[in-house]
Structures are given as structure tokens and as C-alpha cells.
Design a protein around this ligand. Sequence first.
Ligand code: ADP
Ligand code: TYD
Length: 211
Amino acid sequence: MFVSFEGIDGCGKSTQIELFTKHLKANNIDFVKVREPGGTQLGEKIRNILINEHMCSRSELLLFLASRAQLVEEVIKPALKEGKVVVADRFAHSSVAYQGCGRQLGSEFVKLLNDFATDQTYPDIVFFIDVPVDIVLERLSSEHKDRIEKEGKEFFEKVRNCYIDLSRTDKSFIVIDGTKTIEDINMIIIDTFEKYLNDFRNLRSSSYTSL
Ligand code: ADP
Ligand code: TYD
């Protein structure tokens, strides 16, 4: 199974991934955690460039996609083949929201490029932790706040609205009200995951019996 976590900066992804992977460990579920951009030797180099260099939006998008393609080939596909759960801190939908909508390169166009970069490998569940931009601003430390202030509130409103739009058409999206407590969100994530895992196991055992 492949699970990704999405949302605007500071929505609570890292907090929830930490709790979710603790749950996986406690239940002896084999998993691989990946982060975007990064997660491979090439990807970490690209991350460094993305953080430190000024560039136009098209270059930015292509670098995110190059990092993603490498991650899919080197880490995600092999882990899924071995039956592991892949937990991604951001994946393809971040490019749709940030570059497609935030940078206005076009969400449909970015989706097409994602198909190419991921070789059509997509998460079974996307946990979209939705928090209004103003609340995120209240929550964040100055480091994060600087990043949001640098882009402008308007940019993050576009990114958030894009995620909301995606959640209306993409069946893998689970929208979570990120203003709930950390514990409540963690429970929603674990309940949803367990339900999917059971369905997944039932499907597998029924396909064995029909063989
Ligand atoms: P992200 O990884 O999405 O950038 P973090 O998990 O680092 O976000 O959370 C950003 C800040 O918000 C942290 O200070 C964290 O403790 C706090 N936080 C996370 N989830 C919640 C929540 N549900 N309610 C209130 N504060 C939260
Ligand atoms: P990171 O420190 O991982 O973000 P977070 O604070 O959410 O944990 O930095 C990743 C940044 O890159 C974040 O601002 C979102 C952005 N991003 C894109 O613009 N496009 C993408 O495709 C991805 C994966 C991330």
C-alpha cells in the first residue's frame, strides 16, 4: 500500500507521519518512509538546488519531477513489490497544487507530467490535512512563517484551494479537518488506514481463492 500526506506548509504533516509510523512499528507493519523532494542520492542533490538557487517556475517543476521519477524507480516501486507500506511526506499532488496552481503553470498540464514522472505510480490513500492559511500562520515558528510570508498569503490560498479541488475528483483523497486536535487527527488516519488494509487483504485472499 502507498500512502501520502499532503497539505500546505505547517498543516501538521510531519506531526501526523511521526504518529502514523509509530503505529505501523507497534503493529509490526513493514514500511518505508520517503520525503519529497529527496529520498535518493540524486533527489537529495536536487533538494539542495531547489532550496538554494533562484529559478523560474518551469525549472522548479522539472526538478521536482526529476526527483520524483528517481524516487519511484529506486525506492517506491521496489518497496511496493516487497509488500511494504510506502509512507510519503508529499508526492505528485504537491506539484499540482504548488506549481500547477500556486505558480499557475496549469494543474491539468502538471498532472500529465506527473503521469510521466511517476510511471503512473500513485498513492492508494492521500491524507490531505486541510488548515486555513490564517491558522497555519498563527501556529508556525518564525522559520516557517518567513517561507509563507515570502510567497505571500495569496500563494498559499491558491495552493489550498487546489488541494480542495483535487479532493472533489480524486477518489484516493481523504480530507481531514486539520484544525482538530493532533490526537483526533491521528485516530482518523489510523482508522482509515486500518479499513483500507482490511479491504486490501480481503481482496487479495479472495483473488487467491478464485485461482
Ligand atoms: P508540516 O510538517 O505540515 O510543515 P508540522 O507537523 O511541522 O507541519 O506542524 C507545524 C506546527 O503546528 C508544529 O508546531 C506542530 O506542533 C503544530 N501542530 C501540528 N498539528 C497541530 C494541530 N492539530 N493543532 C495545533 N497545532 C498543530
Ligand atoms: P519541506 O520542508 O519538505 O516542507 P514542509 O514544511 O511542508 O515539510 O519543503 C518542501 C517545500 O517544497 C514545501 O514548501 C512544498 C514545496 N513543494 C513544491 O512546491 N512542489 C512539490 O512537488 C513538492 C514535493 C514540494
